[in-house]
Design a binder for this molecule. Structure first.
Ligand code: FES
Length: 178
């Protein structure tokens, strides 16, 4: 046998020594790899769930950290009108809307799609984002139409001694915002 013919045989023997998996065991190895894949993806999903639970717990436990801030006087704006204020930080624009004689609501003004400022439409009794026609319910901030993926966060309000006081931020269907 020539030296050239011996080379592939040697290569095959070397390959078998380094990767000693017989054809009969191939199925077993694949099942084992699949099992590892299942364990890893299940672990990743479990970690994701634990992270969400921890975030929710942290958000609830920090409720007491929200500042109380006077945002308007009662009667300062007419029924059907709106006023921009900032809460909780100086960059966080929010919109106060007077819906009735004693009925006020407030939401963060930043659209949940691409952050344009929403405005109040008294004619349609809803909050509207002019950028891509995203509409939100004035009652609870839920999305009525358009691309926004989430409701508008709602500002908790308290009326005391003729003043409207912001006391926190709420997400529809969730606890206090983080
Ligand atoms: S930024 Fe508001 S709908 Fe797109």
């Amino acid at each position: 046998m020539s030296e050239q013919n011996q080379q592939p045989a040697n290569d095959a023997r070397l390959w078998r020594e380094e990767f000693p998996v017989e054809a009969a065991e191939q199925g077993h190895v694949e099942r084992r790899q699949f099992g590892k894949f299942l364990v890893l993806t299940s672990g990743a999903m479990l970690m994701g769930q634990l992270w969400l639970v921890a975030k929710d717990w942290f958000a609830k436990s920090t409720k007491a950290a929200w500042p109380r801030r006077v945002v308007a006087k009662e009667g300062e704006i007419a029924v059907g009108q709106a006023k921009v204020f900032t809460y909780p930080g100086p960059q966080d624009n929010c919109l106060l809307v007077r819906l009735g004689e004693t009925e006020y609501v407030a939401y963060r003004q930043k659209c949940t799609h691409l952050s344009c400022a929403v405005i109040y439409s008294a004619a349609h009794r809803r909050l509207e984002c002019p950028c891509h026609e995203g509409y939100f319910s004035i009652d609870d901030g839920r999305v009525l139409q358009g691309p926004p993926p989430r409701p508008l966060p709602k500002v908790e309000l308290e009326v005391r001694d003729g003043q409207l006081i912001a006391t926190g931020i709420l997400h529809l269907g969730e606890g206090t915002d983080d």
